[in-house]
Design a protein around this ligand. Structure first.
Ligand SMILES: [Mn+2]
Length: 325
């Protein structure tokens, strides 16, 4: 359990707060930022959300008022003056992108609210629970500790955060606390059916066609215990899809009987490959990811491999195969 007293003390001593999160932000990152920003504003704080990356269009509904500002685009590093910086859903310098330098140089006090396993402390007061399924639920606890009211807008943002980080409440990380938090958010005005439709029933045709390619490219290893698939820049161009259109498809590979681990290789450039690792067995894919400078959780981790797609496939498939025995 997190002791929220140091956090509430820092908030009470601050007037202006900047919230930030990781690059390529997901629903847990943006939902946590929006929920916390609205709660802090209800307490009279001046709050800005400043990220290194913009909000991906498919989760734009979580930020209906376009609260998220992008560093460099809308605001320069010199503008990021405040009393308190709160970093949510990451505690790794490497994931903050251009915000890392800004946070490092800022004279403001710092808090991290996060659920990822990582060694960095960001020079911050750590509000971290690595067993938590999401940062969204930790932010709900933080809002309770602050005594701020739960509005329907806050509830929707945090519900989206928790629902997406748990694959809509089906991952092993889901506990009673997850569902109690979700029930409270529904009671406060979150509408699961509307959030689900906004998230999963607004796909582009390009995304559907890309999913077709991802599934067509699946290869089986170790007698079907390990499945891998790959997407090249040429695949993306052929169907007019974005790299973010590859999200979530990997989980469908885990739906095949006998599969323990699934890998998705996404060619980002001639010398950069993104690798997504998923496990539904005892294999801790975070450990494999760490061998390549990546990270995440036991069941879901990622790597940015500094080499071409084929090299990433060779290296990571070998490491995963070795770990699977
Ligand atoms: Mn998260």
């Amino acid at each position: 359990m997190i002791d929220w007293r140091p956090f509430t003390k820092l908030v009470s001593e601050s007037k202006s707060v900047v919230l930030t999160s990781h690059m390529r932000p997901d629903c847990d990152a943006i939902g946590s930022e929006i929920g916390l920003a609205l709660a802090l504003r209800s307490l009279g704080k001046t709050v800005r959300i400043i990220n290194g990356d913009g909000v991906p269009p498919h989760i734009g509904f979580i930020d209906p008022n376009h609260d998220v500002i992008v560093l460099g685009g809308d605001v320069s590093a010199a503008d990021v003056e405040c009393d308190l910086v709160v970093v949510v859903d990451t505690s790794a310098w490497s994931q903050l992108g251009p915000m890392a330098d800004v946070v490092r140089r800022s004279a403001a006090r710092k808090v991290v609210i996060d659920h990822h396993v990582n060694q960095d402390d960001l020079g911050a007061t750590m509000c971290k629970e690595t067993t938590s399924e999401s940062t969204g639920r930790l932010v709900l606890d933080a809002i309770d500790a602050l005594g701020a009211p739960l509005t329907p807008e806050i509830a929707a943002a945090l519900f989206a955060a928790i629902a997406t980080d748990t694959g809509w409440f089906r991952f092993a990380s889901v506990t009673e606390a997850t569902l109690v938090a979700a029930a409270r958010l529904v009671s406060a005005g979150a509408r699961p059916n509307e959030i689900f439709a906004a998230l999963y029933e607004q796909n582009s045709l390009a995304r559907l066609l890309l999913q077709g390619r991802i599934l067509t490219n699946v290869k089986s290893h170790l007698g079907g215990r390990l499945l891998s698939t790959a997407i090249t820049q040429q695949d993306l161009r052929a169907v007019g899809a974005e790299p973010t259109d590859t999200e979530d498809v990997i989980n469908r590979l885990l739906g095949v009987a006998g599969v323990e681990v699934a890998l998705l290789f996404l060619e980002l450039g001639p010398k950069e490959t993104k690798v997504s690792l998923r496990s539904r067995s005892s294999l801790d894919v975070n450990r494999v990811a760490e061998q390549f400078g990546g990270g995440g959780h036991r069941a879901a981790a990622g790597v940015r491999y500094p080499g071409p797609l084929a090299a990433a496939e060779n290296a990571v498939l070998a490491a995963v195969s070795a770990a699977m025995g």
